[in-house]
Design a protein around this ligand. Sequence first.
Ligand code: SF4
Length: 479
Amino acid sequence: MPYEVKSLNEECGIFGIWGHSDAAQITYFGLHSLQHRGQEGAGIVANDGGKLNGYRGLGLLSEVFKDDRLLLSLQGSAAIGHVRYATCGNGSVDNIQPFLFNFSNNSYALAHNGNLTNAKSLRKELEQGGAIFHSNSDTEILMHLIRRSKQPTFIEQLKESLRAVKGGFAYLLLTETSMIAALDPNAFRPLAIGQMKTGAYVIASETCALEVVGATFVRDVEPGEVIIIDDNGYHIEKYTEDTQYAICAMEYIYFARPDSNIAGVNVHTARKNMGKRLAQEAPVAADMVVGVPNSSLSAASGYAEASGIPYEMGLVKSQYIARTFIQPTQELREQGVRMKLSAVRGVVEGKRIIMVDDSIVRGTTSRRIVQLLKEAGAKEVHVRIASPPLRFPCFYGIDIQTRKELIAANHSVAEIEQLITADSLSFLSEQGLIDAIGLNFDAPYSGLCMAYFNGDYPTPLYDYAEQYQASLREKISFA
Ligand code: SF4
């Protein structure tokens, strides 16, 4: 998995199923294929004839459910689950989802992927109104809004609450009689519906999870939609008409699994196209193309194909290094890179290398990989990045909320080239990225969020507006 290599992390992955006798087991398999979206904690809640039971814990899914009896104890024909990477809230088990709420008249379980931009103000307002929060994560806010709503039905209460929360969100709710999914008005995060041969419906953050459990893709959840699944099938409602696609470009570049499709575009194909376009935009004479495993291999193969320069395995990644539980500091993450990646001397010695990577965050990892190749005898290392420079913070579910952590925020491409000790450095252009992904929505950037690259945020930033202004004044230094 690439996620220890970069200090760039997705918030979470969600999965749910309605109408299958092995609901919790299938949810486990679905979450397993979404593990790349969060490794800090996992949980599953099952619906056993209207009674909701759950289990959650810290760590990888397989660590949380290592005792088989835990999964077996979650009986019932519906379940939702969550894998977490914390962008808000601390790392305690109280913040691991799904959250289970038992009220005198009803029970609900709730899981969330994304980041709310008005969470602070809503929380303050709710607390002033008497609400008591059990966790410090954003997710609980929706449930408090639902409980406060005076609308006559649960769905109307939910829709009113969804109109109040802002930012990037994909929610999955399990009630005593239904499973409900909702997506933000920009569809920042992917969310797909599938159906199993048995007729059971499945909802997942990425389509790779549908494949893994043997479900057929039905459709993507669209911005502003609420999907209600119960024993009568599924139906779709909208909670707002004020929608505009702004799918997170980083999903295509780095986060999502290559076997997933987002809005009909296969992630591997998009990455390969980014590599092809990069070869056209930034050609260089060299003996071979080497991709940084694993997330850059698709882009590297595209670069090789378009340039006619052979693709070689000049870097290998050990699959068998014990994973340290959580790697909270940059130093430990980089130590992880050193342990995991090696340059193949027999391949790279005396050669001019084009090293393709998907993105540069702090730059320290790129410098380390360039040095690995040079120590192994590479004559030249030309770095080609299959995305534009990351210059602005993200407030929609990625844990980079300050420009301090982004080398391209305060250094020119020529400076970065020097800092990472590359013989040359080029990034994919913004238009190149948009064309490579090839979305066709009637929206800015063809329906992509490009804020990370150009600071053009598709929504107001609400509680983050000040933080954003402050981040523009920050200066970073390359350590
Ligand atoms: S700012 Fe970047 S990471 Fe955040 S949603 Fe937009 S494209 Fe994705």
